[in-house]
Design a binder for this molecule. Structure first.
Ligand SMILES: *[C@@H]1O[C@H](CO)[C@@H](O)[C@H](O)[C@H]1NC(C)=O
Ligand SMILES: *[C@@H]1O[C@H](CO)[C@@H](O)[C@H](O)[C@H]1NC(C)=O
Ligand SMILES: *[C@@H]1O[C@H](CO)[C@@H](O)[C@H](O)[C@H]1NC(C)=O
Ligand SMILES: *[C@@H]1O[C@H](CO)[C@@H](O)[C@H](O)[C@H]1NC(C)=O
Ligand SMILES: *[C@@H]1O[C@H](CO)[C@@H](O)[C@H](O)[C@H]1NC(C)=O
Ligand SMILES: *[C@@H]1O[C@H](CO)[C@@H](O)[C@H](O)[C@H]1NC(C)=O
Ligand SMILES: *[C@@H]1O[C@H](CO)[C@@H](O)[C@H](O)[C@H]1NC(C)=O
Ligand SMILES: *[C@@H]1O[C@H](CO)[C@@H](O)[C@H](O)[C@H]1NC(C)=O
Ligand SMILES: [Fe+2]
Length: 575
C-alpha cells in the first residue's frame, strides 16, 4: 500500500514536471494581458507581530551581538557583516551609547574550527529625534559594520562577530560568497521581495522564501513600516488616515529592532541587498531623513563609485545589479527639473514645511544630477562579456496598471528610461504596489522586443492594504492631479498621445504592457541559467512550496538587441 502510494505520488510528480516543461519564454511574447482576480477568501487584515512575540524579543545579554546580517560588497571577494550591541532607548532624556565602547570584530574562516582571520570595522549609533511636545525620542543600540575582504568565490565561510574583550561574541554563523563574475557562473537562486513589514503574513512570505534556499535576497524597498506607529507605540493600518493631527510623521523605531531580530535567521546566512522605499524616509528634526535605513544597513556605495546609500551597484556572478533611488534627485540636469512648480512656499503647517525641507534636500541632490551621472558612469563600466545580465531595481514601478500609485513615478521614468534602455537593461524589479505584476518587454509605453521586463513584487505582506483595484476598471482611473507623490519630483503623468489609451489617462482594459497581474502576497525567485536564459518564478503565500503562481523564461537576445550601437547612436545624436 505504501509502495503503491509512493508510485502514485511519483507519477503525479512526473506529470506535474512534464506540464512544467511548457514554461513560456519571453520569445513567445508579447503576451495577451492576463488578470487573476483576487481570491476573496484571503481577505483579512495583515496584522503586525506584537512586541511580545518571541521572534522580536531581545534574546541576548549585555553587549552580545543581535540582529546579525550579511550583505554583499560590489564584487564576490568581499562582504559586509553587520550587527547591533546594547539596548536602544526611547523616551525622555535618552542618553546615546558611545559607539566606541564596544569594538567591531569578525573572525572568519573556511572551517568552523579555524576562524583564523580577524577583521575590524566601524560602529555608529543614530538618533530619531522629534522636537515636539509629547513625542518620544529614540537612540539606537550600537550598530557595527565590518567589511571582510580577500574572499574566494562560491565558498562557504564561517564567522563570529562581537567584542572579544567584553566576552561578547556571537555564535558561529556561515554564508556563501557569490560566484566570480563570468558568463558561465551565476548564483542558483536570487529571491526578490518588496514591502515586507513585519506581519504574520510577512512571516509566511519569509518562511516560504527560506524553503526556496536562495543564495541572495533583494529587498526592493519598504522595510519595517515603523512609520505606521506613533512614538508611543500606537499603530495604525494607514498612517495618513489615523494620525492627521500629529506635527510630524512619527515613527516607532523599535519596530526596526524587531524586524532585525526576526530577519536574523535568514540574513545571517543569506546576503541581503536593500534599496530604499518611501517608508524609509522617516523625517525627523534637523531635516534628517532615511537615517535608520542609512545607518542599519551596509551598502557597497564607495565600492561602486557612489557617494550615497540611496544608489549603488554590485555583481553577483554574471549579473550586474543597479539599485536606484526614487526619493532623491534622479534628473539628468537642472533644466529637467519638475520640482519648482510643486513648492508652495506659503504652507505654514509644520508637517508641510518639513515635507518642503525634504524636497529641498531632494532639490540639492537633483541640481547636482549626481545620481544620473553616477548611473551613466556605472552603465558605461559594465562589461557584458563578463556580466551579461543587467538588472535594475528601485522602489516605485514605472509600469503598473493598479490604481494604487498609478503613474506616480512617471517623472523618474521620463528622466531615466532612455538611458537604461540604451544600455540594454534586461530586467527591472520594483515594489511599492502591494500586489504582483509582470510586464511584457516595453519601452516608453510601447511594446519593444529589446525593452526590459518590469516585475513588481510589492506583495511581501505588510499591514497596509493589498492593491486589488485596477486603473482600467470603470470608475477607478485616478484624477491625474492626484497621482504625484510629494516626495518625488513633480508631475509628469500627462495623457497618452498614442496607442489604445490615446488622449486618456487610463486604458479601458488591461494595458498591453501588462502581461500578468494578480493581487496576492508572495515572493519571486530568479534563476539565471546561462548567458541568455533566466527562469523567473513567483510564489504565492497561500500555495504549497512547489506550486508556482507565475513562471516565465526571460530570454536575452544580445544579437538582436545590440547594446553598443544603441549607445553610440545616442552619442552621435548628441554631437
Ligand atoms: C494573511 O494571513 C492571515 C492569517 O494570519 C490569513 O488569514 C490571510 O488570508 C492572509 N492574507 C493573504 C492575502 O494571504
Ligand atoms: C527630543 O529631541 C529634541 C531635539 O534634541 C528635543 O528638542 C526634544 O525636547 C526631545 N524630546 C524629548 C521628549 O526628550
Ligand atoms: C499614544 O498617543 C495617542 C495620541 O496621543 C493616544 O491616543 C494613545 O492612547 C497613546 N497610547 C499610549 C499607549 O500611550
Ligand atoms: C532645513 O533645510 C532648509 C532648506 O535647505 C534650511 O533652510 C533650514 O535651515 C534647514 N533646517 C535645519 C533645522 O537645519
Ligand atoms: C503667499 O501669500 C501672500 C499673502 O496671502 C500672497 O500675497 C503671496 O502672493 C503668496 N505667495 C505665493 C508665492 O503664493
Ligand atoms: C516617448 O514617447 C513620447 C510620446 O510619444 C515622446 O514624446 C518621447 O520623445 C519619447 N521618448 C523617447 C526617449 O523616445
Ligand atoms: C485626460 O484624460 C482624461 C480621461 O482619462 C480626461 O478626463 C481629461 O480631460 C484628459 N485631459 C486632457 C488634457 O486631455
Ligand atoms: C540556456 O539555458 C536554457 C534553459 O536551461 C537552455 O534551454 C539553453 O539551451 C541554454 N543555452 C545555452 C547557450 O547554453
Ligand atoms: Fe512603497
Amino acid at each position: 500500500m505504501e509502495n503503491f502510494r509512493a508510485v502514485y505520488f511519483l507519477m503525479l510528480f512526473l506529470l506535474v514536471a512534464a506540464v512544467r516543461c511548457d514554461i513560456p519564454t519571453t520569445l513567445d511574447g508579447p503576451f495577451e494581458p492576463v488578470t487573476v482576480p483576487f481570491d476573496l477568501s484571503l481577505r483579512g487584515i495583515a496584522v503586525d507581530l506584537p512586541d511580545t512575540d518571541p521572534r522580536v524579543r531581545r534574546l541576548v545579554q549585555g553587549f552580545e551581538p543581535e540582529q546579525i546580517s550579511v550583505s554583499l560588497s560590489a564584487t564576490y571577494d568581499s562582504v559586509w557583516i553587520s550587527w547591533i550591541t546594547g539596548e536602544f532607548q526611547i523616551g525622555y532624556n535618552i542618553k546615546p551609547l558611545d559607539p566606541k565602547a564596544v569594538s567591531s570584530v569578525v573572525y572568519h574562516g573556511t572551517s568552523e574550527y579555524a576562524l583564523v582571520h580577524e577583521t575590524r570595522g566601524q560602529s555608529l549609533i543614530y538618533n530619531q529625534l522629534y522636537p515636539f511636545e509629547g513625542l518620544l525620542n529614540y537612540t539606537s543600540g550600537i550598530i557595527h559594520h565590518v567589511q571582510l575582504t580577500g574572499l574566494e568565490p562560491s565558498t562557504l565561510y564561517y564567522y563570529r562577530c562581537g567584542d572579544p574583550t567584553l566576552q561578547a561574541m556571537s555564535d558561529i554563523y556561515y554564508f556563501k560568497t557569490m560566484p566570480a563574475s563570468s558568463p558561465q557562473s551565476y548564483p542558483d537562486r536570487i529571491a526578490v521581495v518588496g514591502d515586507l513589514g513585519l506581519t504574520y503574513n510577512t512571516t509566511t512570505t519569509i518562511s516560504h522564501l527560506l524553503n526556496n534556499k536562495p543564495d541572495l535576497v533583494l529587498l526592493v524597498g519598504d522595510v519595517t513600516y515603523a512609520n505606521l506607529y506613533l512614538t508611543n507605540g500606537t499603530g495604525s493600518d494607514c498612517y495618513s488616515c489615523s494620525f492627521p493631527e500629529t506635527p510630524i510623521h512619527e515613527t516607532y523605531q523599535p519596530r526596526w529592532d524587531y524586524w532585525g531580530r526576526f530577519m536574523q535567521n535568514l540574513v545571517s546566512k543569506v546576503p541581503m541587498m536593500v534599496v530604499e522605499g518611501n517608508h524609509e524616509i522617516e523625517e525627523q528634526a534637523f531635516n534628517r531623513t532615511f537615517v535608520a535605513y542609512s545607518s542599519r544597513f551596509a551598502f557597497p556605495s564607495k565600492e561602486s563609485g557612489s557617494s550615497s546609500t540611496f544608489y549603488y551597484s554590485f555583481n553577483a556572478g554574471g549579473v550586474h545589479f543597479i539599485m536606484l533611488g526614487a526619493y532623491i534627485g534622479y534628473d539628468k540636469s537642472v533644466c529637467g527639473s519638475n520640482l519648482n512648480q510643486k513648492i508652495d512656499v506659503n504652507k505654514t503647517n509644520v508637517k508641510e514645511r518639513l515635507k518642503l525641507e525634504v524636497l529641498e534636500v531632494w532639490l540639492s541632490v537633483m541640481v547636482m544630477a549626481e545620481q544620473y551621472k553616477w548611473l551613466q558612469r556605472d552603465l558605461d563600466s559594465v562589461d557584458r562579456s563578463i556580466t551579461p545580465w543587467l538588472v535594475a531595481t528601485w522602489h516605485p514601478p514605472w509600469y503598473s496598471s493598479y490604481k494604487a500609485h498609478y503613474r506616480e513615478a512617471e517623472c523618474m521614468r521620463v528622466e531615466m528610461e532612455e538611458l537604461l534602455y540604451l544600455y540594454g537593461v534586461d530586467i527591472v524589479f520594483n515594489g511599492h504596489v502591494h500586489a504582483y505584476e509582470r510586464s511584457n518587454r516595453v519601452y516608453n509605453y510601447s511594446l519593444d522586443p529589446c525593452g526590459p521586463l518590469h516585475i513588481a513584487v510589492g506583495d511581501g505582506g505588510n499591514r497596509e492594504k493589498m492593491s486589488v483595484e485596477f486603473a482600467d476598471e470603470p470608475g477607478h482611473c485616478p484624477d491625474p492631479s492626484s497621482t504625484p507623490d510629494p516626495y518625488m519630483g513633480g508631475f509628469c503623468a500627462t495623457n497618452f498621445t498614442f496607442g489604445p489609451a490615446k488622449g486618456k489617462f487610463c486604458w479601458d482594459r488591461q494595458p498591453e504592457f501588462s502581461a500578468f497581474r494578480e493581487s496576492s502576497f508572495g515572493h519571486g525567485i530568479l534563476e539565471v541559467k546561462n548567458e541568455t536564459w533566466a527562469l523567473w518564478t513567483w510564489y504565492r503565500n497561500q500555495d504549497s512550496d512547489n506550486e508556482v503562481g507565475d513562471q516565465i523564461y526571460i530570454v536575452r537576445q544580445p544579437d538582436k538587441c545590440l547594446v553598443s550601437p544603441r549607445v553610440k547612436g545616442i552619442l552621435f545624436a548628441a554631437i
